[in-house]
Design a binder for this molecule. Structure first.
Ligand code: NDP
Length: 282
């Protein structure tokens, strides 16, 4: 079974659009997402364009604030402060990565927790790890939605997450734990990675290396979630962290790249924006 994040996200966005259409009558306006893009990194530009497109589909107002990569940290913090104070803005997203002279940590921490639609603010991260209500980071949230939509049983099962970043690996491991999976987190210092990944009934890979996970590293019948977004060095096309062609026949469930986790991430960003909007209304 191939889980199409493209199709699932299209269905979820249609449901959200129907809900958002009722907001002007109920609340006087639609949710408003402000996205800050610093510089012109092609990857970042394409992510920001995707977020604007999804906002339009769902009926969310989207403002993209573009600044050159020469902007100072102080100026950027000034923009964040203005958006924090603006009652007409419900969600704030600073597209990462930021130029080296700007501290991502400081900028993220400056965003009002209630408007942190990425779920990266330290208070949201703390709330996640303490099982308190919070805004969940979009990619891990999307992964759990995909697994549930595919009817994958998580409780009691052996899950292996490869990658331990703050934005994907660690939070997805926590969400899998919350679903009562038995979770192993592997990383670049893991000894005999293939032996660890072969134990996985559910394998989530988020490392950023094209086709790194080969068929011999995956158990027959495993559920494989490929988070990676890479350029195939041979073809120049987008590819994931797993060797899809070789693993698809072995896996019971797998996500493609593109069209898998990526669209679900943007879909969850829309959901988070609506959640932030509704929280301040209630
Ligand atoms: P990071 O670079 O922040 O983290 C990579 C992780 O992979 C690290 O924990 C690193 O280990 C581990 N790793 C690297 N090489 C190996 C290796 N050879 N063996 C085992 N582990 C390894 O990446 P991100 O988590 O931000 O992103 C991962 C991938 O997911 C990227 O391709 C990114 O583009 C993609 N991505 C996709 C999203 C989507 O919506 N589809 C959203 C976010 C990211 P260590 O900690 O030891 O260095």
């Amino acid at each position: 079974m191939i889980i199409s994040g493209k199709e699932l996200s299209a269905r979820l966005k249609a449901d959200m659009a129907a809900e958002v259409a009722t907001f002007p009558a109920r609340y006087g306006r639609v949710p408003h997402l402000a996205v800050i893009l610093v510089g012109e990194d092609p990857g970042s530009v394409s992510y920001v364009t995707g977020k604007a497109k999804a906002s339009a589909e769902v009926g969310i107002r989207n403002t993209t604030i573009r600044r050159p990569d020469t902007i100072s940290e102080e100026e950027l913090l000034g923009i964040v402060a203005e958006l924090n104070a603006d009652a007409g803005v419900d969600g704030i997203l600073v597209q990462l990565p930021l130029p080296r002279h700007i501290s991502e940590e400081r900028v993220i921490a400056a965003i009002d927790k209630a408007k942190d639609v990425d779920g990266f603010h330290p208070l949201n991260v703390a709330a996640l790890w303490q099982k308190q209500p919070c805004t969940l980071p979009c990619t891990p949230k999307g992964i759990i939605k995909m697994l549930k939509a595919a009817g994958v049983e998580l409780a009691g099962r052996e899950a292996v997450v490869v990658g331990r970043s703050n934005i994907v690996g660690l939070p997805v491991a926590k969400l899998l734990l919350d679903e009562n999976a038995t979770v192993t987190v592997a990383h670049s210092r893991t000894r005999d990675l293939a032996e660890v990944t072969r134990r996985a009934e559910i394998l989530v890979v988020a490392i950023g290396r094209p086709k790194f996970v080969t068929a011999d590293m995956v158990a027959e019948g495993a559920v494989v979630i490929d988070v990676g977004v890479n350029r195939d060095p041979e073809t120049g096309k987008l590819c994931g962290d797993v060797d899809y062609a070789a693993i698809e026949p072995k896996a019971s469930v797998i996500t493609p790249v593109p069209g898998g986790v990526g669209p679900m991430t943007i879909c969850c960003l829309m959901e988070n924006t609506i959640e932030c909007f509704l929280r301040t209304r209630k």
